[in-house]
Ligand binder design. Structure first.
Ligand code: NAP
Ligand code: G3P
Length: 471
C-alpha cells in the first residue's frame, strides 16, 4: 500500500500517526499519509519562513530553473501520478493523465508570465511633481499557504505552488485528504528537482483536525484556497487579517435562449454538467429554458446522458464513483427532494453505493433544493422559465456567482443577457470552464474572493515595493 509522509524542510516526517486514503472505486484503502499534529505544522511554517529570504534573493532565472526541473520530474512521473490520481479520486486514467499534462502547461506559461512581471515606472508630473521618478516592483509576500480541493489534486495544487515559488515566496501546501497521495508525491519531485530546503513543505492530515492550525499560523502572509463555501467562509473568519484568494463552489446556470443549434448546445451542456461526474466547481448545475424549447431540448439531452458510460476509472468510463458515500447520499437527497415535490426523472436516478448514474431531472422548480444547492455530482436539473428576464432573475438569485453559459445565436442578444448575469465569467455558446488557464478565473458572492488564473495568481502572491528617486 502506498505510504507517503509529510514533507517539512526537505525531510519526510513520520510521527507514527497515519491518515488512510480510501479509493472511491473499491472503497478500500488506496494508501495512507502522515497525520500531522500542531507542533509539526509550526515546524513547516518555521522552515518556510527561514528559507524565504534566501529563496527570494535568488535570481529569477535560478528560481525558474528549479521549478522547470520540478515540471520535468512531473512529466517523467505522469503515468504513476495519473494512476495514483485514479485510485485516489476515481478520475478516469486518461483524464488524470490529461490533468498532469495540463499542469505542465500551466508551469510553462507561468514561467513565461513571471518574466514579464516588470516594475511600473511613473513620474509625478501629472500631479505637479516635477522631480520624482517612481519605480514600483512586484516583490513576494513571503510565506504562502496553499490549500487545494480533491477534484483536481495535481492541477489546482500546482496552479498555486508554481506561481508562489516563482515569485520568491515559500510554500506550506495542504492537499485535500482525497488527493493527499498526489500531494505528498510532489515531495519526491521536489527532492529530484533539488529544491532548496524549506521552500516547499507538504502538510498532510484531515482538514477538520488541522485546518485551523494551518490557516491561523502567524507566519502566513497569504492564503490561496480552493474548496467549498463552508470552509472558505471559515477561513474568512479565522484568517481575516491575511491576504486571501478563495475559489469556492458554484451553481453555474446554462441559459438556452433559442433552438437554432440545440444539438451543439446539448453537447456543451452534457460535457459541462457531467465531466468528472459533475465534480467540478465550473460544472453546469442547472439549465434555464423555456417550455417550448425544453420540449425539443430534453429528448436530445436524454439521448446524450444515456450514451454516457458508467463504470471504473481504469476503463475511462465517463461517469465514475463520486468521491465518497457521504457525497452520494447528499446528491441522492437533492434528487429525492425534487422527486417528492413533483419533478420528473428523465433518466438515471440509480446508484450502487457511491457510483451514481447520470441523472436528468425535468420540471425542477425554484422551491426545490436541487435548484439552488451544489450537488457536486452527476445530476442536471432543468428549470423551465418562459422569458430571458426571468432566467436572468433566477440565475442571479443564487448565492453562487462563479460562471454561467448563454446559448444563443444572436450575439447581440447573448451579450446583452450575459452582461446582466452576476458571475465571474459568462460563456457564450460554450460550457462554463476554468480553462484556458491563462484566463482570469474568479467567483463572486459565495463563489469566491480574489482572482486566479496565471497572471492573477502571480499578482496575488506579490505586492508592490516602490522606490522613488528625487532629482
Ligand atoms: P473542501 O471540503 O472545502 O476541502 C477543500 C480543502 O480544504 C481540502 O484540502 C480540505 O482538507 C481543506 N480543509 C477542510 N477543512 C479545513 C479547515 N477548517 N481549514 C483549512 N482547510 C480545510 O472542498 P472539497 O470537497 O475538497 O472540494 C469540493 C468543493 O470545492 C466544491 O464546493 C467545489 O465547488 C469547490 N471547488 C471550487 C473550485 C474553484 O476553483 N472555484 C475548484 C474545485 C473545487 P480535507 O480534505 O482534509 O478536509
Ligand atoms: O473545479 C475545478 C475547476 O478548476 C474546474 O476546472 O477546467 O474543469 O473547468 P475546469
Amino acid at each position: 500500500m502506498r505510504e507517503y509522509k509529510a514533507f517539512i524542510n526537505n525531510e519526510f516526517i513520520d510521527n507514527g500517526e497515519w491518515l488512510e486514503i480510501i479509493n472511491p472505486t473499491t472503497l478500500k484503502p488506496a494508501g495512507k499519509v502522515t497525520a500531522l499534529k500542531s507542533e509539526d505544522i509550526n515546524q513547516a511554517y518555521q522552515a518556510a519562513r527561514t528559507a524565504q529570504t534566501t529563496w527570494s534573493a535568488l535570481p529569477l532565472l535560478k528560481r525558474i530553473e528549479y521549478v522547470n526541473n520540478f515540471k520535468k520530474e512531473l512529466l517523467k512521473n505522469k503515468e504513476e501520478l495519473a494512476t495514483i490520481m485514479s485510485e485516489e479520486v476515481a478520475k478516469g486514467y486518461k483524464e488524470a493523465l490529461g490533468e498532469v499534462e495540463r499542469t505542465a502547461e500551466i508551469i510553462d506559461y507561468t514561467i513565461e508570465e513571471v518574466k514579464r512581471l516588470d516594475p511600473l515606472a511613473m513620474t509625478g508630473e501629472g500631479m505637479g511633481a516635477t522631480n520624482k521618478i517612481g519605480i514600483f516592483s512586484r516583490v513576494p509576500k513571503g510565506v504562502v499557504c496553499a490549500i487545494s480541493p480533491f477534484n483536481y489534486p495535481v492541477n489546482l495544487a500546482i496552479a498555486k505552488i508554481a506561481p508562489a515559488l516563482l515569485t520568491g515566496n515559500t510554500v506550506v501546501f495542504k492537499p485535500a485528504t482525497a488527493g493527499s497521495l498526489c500531494g505528498a508525491f510532489f515531495a519526491k519531485l521536489a527532492l529530484a528537482a533539488a529544491f532548496p530546503k524549506g521552500i516547499f513543505n507538504v502538510v498532510t492530515g484531515r482538514g477538520r483536525e488541522i485546518g485551523d492550525l494551518i490557516t491561523a499560523n502567524p507566519e502566513i502572509d497569504m492564503i490561496s484556497f480552493t474548496g467549498s463555501v463552508g470552509v472558505g467562509n471559515q477561513l474568512r473568519k479565522n484568517a481575516s487579517t491575511t491576504d486571501l484568494v478563495l475559489e469556492l463552489g458554484g451553481k453555474d446556470p446554462a441559459l438556452v435562449l433559442d433552438n437554432l443549434q440545440l444539438e451543439k448546445y446539448a453537447t456543451e451542456i452534457i460535457a459541462g454538467a457531467f465531466g468528472y461526474s459533475g465534480q467540478r466547481c465550473t460544472a453546469i448545475k442547472r439549465v434555464l429554458v423555456s417550455d417550448a424549447i425544453a420540449d425539443q431540448l430534453v429528448p436530445i439531452l436524454k439521448a446524450k446522458v444515456e450514451a454516457l458510460t458508467v463504470g471504473q476509472p481504469q476503463d475511462n468510463a465517463n461517469i465514475t464513483p463520486v468521491i465518497d458515500e457521504k457525497s452520494a447520499d447528499f446528491i441522492q437527497g437533492l434528487i429525492d427532494d425534487a422527486k417528492k415535490q413533483g419533478a420528473k426523472i428523465i433518466c438515471g436516478d440509480k446508484r450502487v453505493k457511491n457510483l451514481m448514474w447520470p441523472t436528468l431531472v425535468d420540471g425542477v422548480s425554484v422551491k426545490m433544493r436541487l435548484a439552488w444547492e451544489e450537488p457536486f455530482g452527476p445530476v442536471l436539473p432543468i428549470i423551465r422559465v418562459n422569458s430571458p428576464a426571468e432566467m436572468i432573475k433566477i440565475a442571479n438569485e443564487s448565492n453562487f456567482g462563479l460562471q454561467a453559459s448563454v446559448f444563443c445565436q444572436d450575439l447581440s442578444t447573448a451579450i446583452v443577457v450575459a452582461k446582466q448575469i452576476q458571475t465571474g465569467t459568462v460563456n457564450i455558446n460554450g460550457r462554463s470552464q476554468r480553462g484556458p488557464d491563462c484566463f482570469p478565473f474568479l467567483g463572486i458572492k459565495d463563489s469566491g474572493e480574489g482572482v486566479q488564473g496565471i497572471r492573477e495568481a502571480l499578482l496575488s502572491m506579490t505586492r508592490y515595493q516602490g522606490i522613488v528617486i528625487n532629482y
